[in-house]
Design a protein around this ligand. Sequence first.
Ligand code: FPP
Length: 243
Amino acid sequence: MTKDKLKIPNHVAIILDGNGRWAQEKNMTRSEGHWHGFNNLETLSDYIFEKGVKILSVYAFSTENFKRSKTEVNYLMHLFSEGFKRYSKRLAKKNVKIVFSGRRDPLPKKVLKIMDKVTEDTKNNTDCIFNICVNYGGQYEILDAVKKVVNDIKEDKIKEEDLDLDMLNHYMYQDLAPVDLMIRTSGEHRLSNFLLWQNAYAEFYFPKTYFPAFDEKEFDKAIVEYNQRNRRFGGINYENENS
Ligand code: FPP
């Protein structure tokens, strides 16, 4: 198969894992690892969108990450407030809409303010979507969706009998197409509560590389691997069968 003919997944999701271990191997602090991860994501996301991916979701901070040391959490919050501004300037020029998934509480006001501004500034961009998951948990996303559904039924906004998978999708933090390719860097083979609903039929790819070193070449390898998968969605792909 030539490179040009490779099928590009519509929605790619990445668990940005291994910043800490990458830094430790280089005698750097964990914060420096996150800084390098952040810089890598900036250039990698450009490349991913240029390749033709329409939706990119990243796991920047889970609900559980608040259990980390104060120093690390504070550093990450600082990185987000500066980073979202930087990404938004860059991606606005490329017609990419930035959206956020996750619970607002207990994110610091400063971060929320920037998230709201970035959402507003990029809301009319139409080429691609960059879904940044901050203070995100997949089970909470489903729980929050169910609560909204129950409330809308109570208030007669929707009828229980009309509720189907498409409608339920609208109640998720963002109304996105399903994930096609889910990548977790650093050799861990876990989903860690990431996009549980949207990953239902995703292909999973687990490279050993730590996120700060997961560059364009590494992403190309993921695409090659994705093209070798036989996606059946619970059915049978008869093109690959003898009878
Ligand atoms: C997991 O690696 C990484 C995180 C919890 C933070 C990821 C955040 C970034 C890469 C910055 C993204 C920035 C923006 C603006 C979206 P780890 O710390 O768990 O690594 P380890 O498992 O090796 O300790």
